[in-house]
Design a protein around this ligand. Structure first.
Ligand code: ASP
Length: 443
């Protein structure tokens, strides 16, 4: 017996059919003690998420217009779910009264966060009723400081104490409150964070994040045809892959559970038999015999290469290069270096208007022999703890790129040996991703 926390995303709670699936999942495992729901998401491609409709309500209120018509459509979605699930709406469960109050409160509060939070709030109330569980309002147990930063230790203390009073409870995702009690939300997709926070507070054995995909894929399916699902990855590997653009989880959802050593299991509500992806603090023996965990990449980087004879003997050279960037508020992504060269890789979005000034500043501070600027670089990270143990990983990767005719512009291997990052010309991005994936995964 352990404790599991289940978070269900918006598409997993979009209609009554999905509510039934959620109930079946929860009832199939008595270890589930806490459920964190999102607001109802899209039921079909052209549908609108309840959260988006709530933001629309706020915008109408803000402009002194009536939000009632939009709110009526929101209310209908909840009522349809209640009706199809045969949830009696009577004095004992006055959900219609609550919908009316909510509509008034959205007008009164005139706040985007309050309006948006009502999607999770109402879904939480309804789901708690359907499961026969307690409802704990996130406004009471998730705290932000006055500046709007999440107050993790304060929250942990309040949440731990409060949830100890409830054996099984539904805690809506996405929002909490400022010290004065006014509602504040996380950024979009923030229910993932709420689930992680609840998991930490109850010292869960596992955080199960139920969504609409079978887990993390080894590569972006828009680039690589039919990539395999990753069965296990560590939080550090996840960080590397998400940094490079792979997304399934909100990135702030990693910290609370990673810190507490709690594994996160990504599962598909529509395919509950599939084990999904397990994200673990440390690599286990359950890994398939494969050197890499995944490959991910990003376009739009610029490489600035600075050459100066005897650079290695010049004290403070690297610091001066970086201070030139710092002077313009620009951070660097990577810094591969040679004997007499040092390169910095910078994201184009940070460089836009400041490129010429930065080059000038480097000239001034470092007096280099030459500076070369190459735009149109794409970075590809090949990630995996297994790479350290497997000889020939780098040879395989570079051979694959050579055979695919891809010119490598930059190489950076972190000393953790958990990844090898290569920079290639943007036109070669797709070819390179496929070549690397196919070199390691044989179907
Ligand atoms: N409902 C919110 C959103 O659409 C939060 C979430 O689903 O996690 O962003």
């Amino acid at each position: 017996m352990g404790i599991k926390v289940a978070k269900f995303g918006g598409s997993s709670l979009s209609d009554a059919t999905h509510f039934r699936k959620v109930k079946a999942i929860i009832e199939s495992d008595p270890d589930y003690h806490y459920v964190v729901p999102s607001a109802p998401g899209k039921r079909f491609g052209e549908d609108t998420k309840v959260t988006d409709m709530l933001y629309q309500c706020y915008r109408l209120v803000e402009r002194n217009k009536s939000h009632e018509e939009v709110f009526r459509r929101i209310a209908e979605r909840y009522l349809e779910i209640a009706h199809e699930l045969d949830i009696a709406l009577d004095q004992d469960f006055d959900f219609i009264g609550l919908l009316n109050e909510t509509s008034d409160a959205i007008r009164r509060h005139n706040s985007p966060d309050f309006a948006a939070s009502r999607g999770e709030y109402l879904n939480g109330v309804l789901l708690a009723r359907y499961l026969g569980w307690d409802f704990v309002d996130a406004q009471e147990v998730v705290k932000f400081d006055r500046q709007g930063s999440f107050a993790s230790e304060w929250t942990n203390e309040i949440m731990r104490t409060k949830l100890a009073e409830h054996e099984r409870a539904v805690v809506p995702g996405f929002y909490g409150s400022f010290p004065d009690g006014e509602v504040h939300t996380f950024s979009r997709g923030g229910s993932d964070i709420s689930g992680a926070i609840v998991s930490r507070a109850v010292e869960a054995d596992m955080y199960v994040n139920w969504t609409d995909v079978n887990g993390f894929l080894m590569a972006d399916p828009r680039i690589v045809d039919n990539p395999r699902c990753i069965r296990e990855l560590t939080y550090s590997e996840l960080r590397e892959l998400s940094y490079m653009g792979a997304t399934v989880l909100h990135e702030d959802a990693i910290f609370p559970v990673h810190k507490a050593g709690i594994p996160t299991n990504i599962r598909n509500t529509n395919d509950p038999a599939d084990p999904g992806t397990m994200i673990v603090p440390q690599m286990t023996a359950n890994r398939p015999d494969m050197a890499i965990t995944g490959v991910a990449g990003h376009k739009n980087f610029t490489l600035i290469t600075i050459d100066k004879a005897m650079m290695n003997a010049e004290l403070g050279f690297g610091r001066r290069v970086l201070s030139a960037l710092e002077d313009f508020g620009v951070s660097f992504e990577h810094m591969p270096s040679g004997i007499d060269t040092l390169s910095v890789v910078i994201s184009d979005k940070d460089l836009v208007t400041r490129k010429d000034q930065i080059i000038q500043r480097i000239q001034q501070l470092c007096q280099p022999d030459s500076i070369e600027v190459s735009g149109g670089i794409a970075l590809i990270a090949t990630v995996g703890h297994g790479m350290v143990r497997t000889p020939g990983t780098a040879a395989k990767l570079f051979t694959a790129l050579y055979q695919a005719g891809v010119n490598i512009r930059m190489i950076d291997q972190g000393s953790s040996e958990m990844n090898i990052i290569v920079g290639v010309n943007v036109e070669d991005f797709e070819t390179a991703m496929n070549a690397i994936y196919r070199a390691f995964v044989k179907d």
